[in-house]
Ligand binder design. Structure first.
Ligand code: ATP
Length: 361
């Protein structure tokens, strides 16, 4: 399905990976240690959505996208792009996808327009059609000012946008962006986010890899957290944040109050035992953000406890990431727990994370 076909979000599956594994042999003649780069990756990307693969260095993100781009053959499992089996029909799939990182360096002496026209011609389009597409992509990706100057004069951000234009020019079913904003300054990053968001609104499906939590939060409809070749968690940013019940309610009291009474009040609201920070300040982990603050004031009021202030800090994706991968470089042990969070999102968590979570419930 092309990007102008405007699928309804979430109705069709643009990409499906089932049990994808890959082990590399390192060293001369492959006699070195084995690296299990992928240990059974399952994921599904709905048409017209952005799916982010988020993970630290060496997690297996690039290996996963290389499998989708048919640049690497998995040892086991399946990769299906818009209903086409990528292992059985790699040539067909190659025509259906756009991969970033392959176009911007075509020829630095050609203008942005000439580069894009050439890419479109390489896809087999007649020169007039190729010119039309190149102009349309230049407008879409806000490259008008740069279109007619040699590409070697472009800033890093412009190059990335031109590269994205190359990946989009054949109206692919799926666009793969491997770390699309690494190395860009904050302005360049934001511009890139804007154009990606616009393209998705026009119907493009995106699989992107990133090490930036902020990027996954800003762009992705769904996130797969990957570490040591295995999936640690999957879901929307909100679902991931919700699993980390790390919202902290801080209650500041006016004057001195009976400690046991305060403890009783906050125990009722919290997920764990309240923590007495100092004479006037208490903290407790909660799930229910701002509502907890209101409830705290009410419960304390009923018990005659005078509250000066009640605030809640909500979890960030950083909290989730640390929670899930914080022990990443310790023992390499596998995931055990598996939770269904509704909406088909499933979470696989380390023993430690599961224990933490059970303690909170
Ligand atoms: N061709 C290869 N030969 C041997 N090992 C490889 C090969 N490609 C990847 N690996 C190993 O597989 C693991 C996953 O690598 P991958 O490049 O997929 O990680 P990544 O998440 O993309 O990391 P980064 O953010 O650093 O690019 C790493 O341990 C890496 O060293």
């Amino acid at each position: 399905m092309g990007r102008h076909a405007m699928p309804e979000r979430g109705t069709d599956v643009a990409l499906r990976l089932d049990g994808v594994t890959k082990t590399f042999r390192s060293g001369i003649f492959g006699r070195g240690p084995r690296v299990e780069a992928l240990r059974g990756i399952d994921l599904e990307v709905s048409s017209g959505t952005v799916h982010a693969l988020l993970g630290p260095n060496g997690a297996g993100k690039t290996t996963t996208v290389r499998a989708v781009a048919t640049l690497m053959r998995p040892d086991a499992g399946s990769v299906v792009v818009d209903g086409v089996d990528a292992l059985a029909e790699p040539d067909t799939v190659r025509e259906m996808i756009g991969v970033s990182g392959q176009y911007a360096a075509v020829d630095g002496n050609l203008t942005g327009f000439e580069n894009l026209r050439m890419v479109a011609q390489l896809y087999g389009h007649r020169r007039s059609v190729a010119s039309q597409r190149a102009r349309a992509m230049i407008a879409d990706l806000r490259l008008e000012d740069a279109a007619d100057r040699p590409m070697r004069t472009y800033s890093g951000g412009m190059r990335r946008r031109l590269d994205l234009a190359g990946a989009l020019i054949n109206e692919p079913s799926l666009v793969i962006l491997d770390e699309p904003t690494t190395g860009l300054d904050p302005r360049g990053r934001r511009q890139m986010w804007d154009v990606i968001t616009e393209q998705v609104a026009a119907g493009t499906t995106v699989l992107l890899t990133t090490q930036y939590l902020e990027e996954a939060d800003a762009l992705a409809d769904e996130i797969t957290v990957i570490d040591q070749g295995a999936i640690r968690a999957q879901g929307t940013a909100a679902e991931l944040k919700a699993t980390t019940a790390q919202s902290i309610l801080t209650v500041e009291l006016r004057g001195r109050h009976d400690e046991a009474r305060v403890r009783t009040a906050l125990t009722e609201l919290g997920l764990s035992a309240p923590h007495h920070v100092d004479a006037q300040t208490w903290t407790v982990a909660v799930t229910d953000g701002t509502r907890s603050a209101v409830a705290a004031v009410r419960v304390c009021d009923a018990l005659g406890i005078d509250v000066l202030d009640a605030t809640v800090s909500t979890p960030t994706l950083d909290d989730v990431f640390l929670d899930l991968t914080g022990r990443a470089d310790t023992d390499g042990s596998e995931t055990h727990g598996n939770r269904d969070l509704g909406g088909g999102a499933s979470f696989e968590l380390s023993d430690e994370a599961v224990t933490q979570r059970l303690e909170r419930v």
